[in-house]
Design a binder for this molecule. Structure first.
Ligand SMILES: [Ca+2]
Ligand SMILES: [Ca+2]
Length: 286
């Protein structure tokens, strides 16, 4: 944690140093063929700037989490991400998903979470050929329904094909089973669902966001990840040991970072800390 904050600062300094190097390079024609360390720092900085959240904005948003680990870190993050939140109605979720999950290659489409297919944004509905609103934290786990709150929190809601959504149902997440029809690379058995490799980390970080965001201090249950399957209607989802592995295997990519930023800027005004700081997964869930 300390190391991370220091690293973030160092990145910022490196970015500034990079600017200075460029300014000098204008006067002195380039001599070196290999990129210097400050150039690397600069590239890292512009990558995060592209996602719309600078190192300085990150330091500011998470300042109350600085230096904390374990339960203390979880408590600090809960406060940070629960402050000043705008909650959407279930109907508003449709329009939000059309923005947050927009296909970067086709702005009239959304990317479906489990199948990875690009589908027309306007093809939302209840037919098996359409997409609908998947609750990655299944809404029966804690029975929160679709009133404003966890049931409408876009951080864990994703467009999915209606048929694939019903195959996932309210199963916990774990490895194994048979491949899901219509969603290659996804597997399911009687009591669990395994998403495709490209979104394994996304699923893990969505579940852990829900765990931290909902602590039972509002009108809803305290949602907690655990290491079980067959959680049924308990306010738990498993398996945490597998979700931790998935978060490591599949770090946040541009699509996931962009949706976090769009939710922050345009819809809910809060962030998923595990997308900004995937290293916090291990800091909290030991
Ligand atoms: Ca991913
Ligand atoms: Ca919780």
């Amino acid at each position: 944690m300390e190391i991370t904050r220091t690293a973030a600062r160092r990145r910022t300094l490196a970015a500034l140093a990079g600017t200075a190097v460029i300014a000098v390079a204008v006067q002195i024609p380039a001599t070196a063929g290999t990129p210097t360390a400050p150039e690397t720092g600069r590239a890292a900085h512009s990558a995060s700037a592209k996602a719309g959240f600078s190192a300085a904005a990150d330091d500011e948003y998470y300042k109350d989490a600085e230096g904390k680990t374990g339960e203390e870190l979880k408590t600090a993050l809960h406060t940070i991400i629960s402050k000043g939140v705008t909650t959407l109605s279930y109907d508003e979720v449709w329009d939000a998903l059309k923005e947050t999950d927009k296909d970067p290659k086709n702005s009239g489409n959304v990317i479906l979470l489990y199948s990875g297919k690009s589908d027309s944004a306007d093809n939302n509905g209840g037919d098996t050929s359409q997409w609908n609103r998947e609750h990655v934290w299944a809404k029966s786990h804690g029975d929160f329904g679709t009133s404003n709150g966890p049931g409408t929190d876009v951080h864990h809601l994703r467009p999915t094909n209606v048929k694939v959504n019903s195959i996932r149902g309210s199963k916990d997440f774990d490895k194994g089973g048979e491949e899901v029809e219509g969603a290659p690379g996804n597997f399911t058995d009687e009591d669990s669902y395994e998403p495709r490799d490209e979104v394994k980390g996304d699923v893990a970080r969505m579940i852990l966001y829900m765990d931290v965001r909902y602590e039972g201090d509002d009108d809803f249950a305290d949602l907690e990840a655990n290491d079980d399957v067959n959680n049924g209607s308990k306010p738990n989802i498993g398996r945490i040991s597998v979700l931790k592995e998935w978060s490591e295997q599949d770090p946040p990519d541009d699509f996931e970072k962009n949706r976090n930023q769009v939710i922050f800027d345009k819809f809910q005004k809060n962030r998923n800390p595990f997308i900004d700081h995937p290293e916090w997964v291990k800091e909290i869930y030991k």
